[in-house]
Ligand binder design. Sequence first.
Ligand SMILES: Nc1ncnc2c1ncn2[C@@H]1O[C@H](COP(=O)(O)OP(=O)(O)OP(=O)(O)O)[C@@H](O)[C@H]1O
Ligand SMILES: [Mg+2]
Length: 272
Amino acid sequence: MDILEIRNVTKTFHTRSFWGKSKTVHALNGISLSLAKGESLGIVGESGCGKSTLASLIIRLAEPTSGEILLYGRDISHVKEKELKDIRKKIQIVFQDPYSSLSPRMKIGDILMEPARVMGEFSEAHRKERAEMLLEMVGLRKNVMDRYPHEFSGGQRQRISIARSLMTSPEILILDEPTSALDVSVQAQVLNILMDLREKLHLTYLFISHNLAVVRYISDRTAVMQKGKIVEIGGSDEILTHPRDPYTRELIAAVPMIGKPFVPPDRIMELG
Ligand SMILES: Nc1ncnc2c1ncn2[C@@H]1O[C@H](COP(=O)(O)OP(=O)(O)OP(=O)(O)O)[C@@H](O)[C@H]1O
Ligand SMILES: [Mg+2]
C-alpha cells in the first residue's frame, strides 16, 4: 500500500490587495500523487507554483479546499487537533532556513528533545540517548547538546534541524528546499547525509526544490509542478533525459549541463 496518497487536492486562498480589492489565488489546482514506502519523490517547479502549500497541507498546517490526503489509506485532511499529534509523529518537515528554524535561547539538546517531550514520546533518558544517536548520524558530536545555535554554521544548523525532525521516529520526511540556503560544498554534504539517513532509517522522502539537478540526485521519481498542477511525473533520470512537457524542457534548459550523461554530484550542485 502507498504510505501517502494525495487525491485531487486543491487549495484556494482569499486575500486582499493593498487597496482592499479581494483576490483569489488558486495555489493548488487538482494535485494527485502517491508515495510508496521508502521512496524519495522530488517536486520541482518555479517560485510560487504551490510546492510549500502542498507541504503545509500534508503536515496539516492547513486544510485543503477540496480533495483527500490519505496516510496509510486514511484521510487526514480534516482530522481534529487531538489526532494531529499522531500524524505529526509520522510526518515531519525540514524547512529551508537553518537560521530562523532553531530557537536561539535553547540548547541544542533541548531543541532536539522538545518535539518528543511535547508528544510524550519516550522517557527522558531514552530521548537523550536518541538525540545523541541522531546527532552522530548527522555527523555531529554528542557534546554539542550543551551548546547554543549561534555557535554553529548554516550547514551544521541544518543538520541539527534534520536530527530534530527525526526524534519522534517519523516515517515520512518532507524536505522543503532543505539545502537551498547553503553553500555549494555544504549542500552536497547535507544531501549525502540525507541519502544515508533514508537508507539507515527506512525513511520516505518528499523532497521539494526549484533545482532539478538536486532533485535528480536525491529522488527516485520527480514531479514537475507549474501553477498549482503537476505537468509531468516519472523516473528522475527519465524526466531529465526525455522530458515530455514543454515546461519541463524549459526548466532543464535553464540548468546548462544537466542533460549530459554524467555530472559528478559536487559539480551538479554548482549549477543550481
Ligand atoms: N497563506 C497564504 N495566503 C495567501 N496566499 C498564499 C498563502 N500561502 C501561499 N500563497 C500563494 O499561493 C501560491 C503558492 O505559494 P507557495 O508558497 O506554495 O509556492 P512555492 O512553490 O513554495 O514557492 P517558493 O519556491 O518561492 O517557495 C503563491 O501565489 C502564494 O502567493
Ligand atoms: Mg516554498
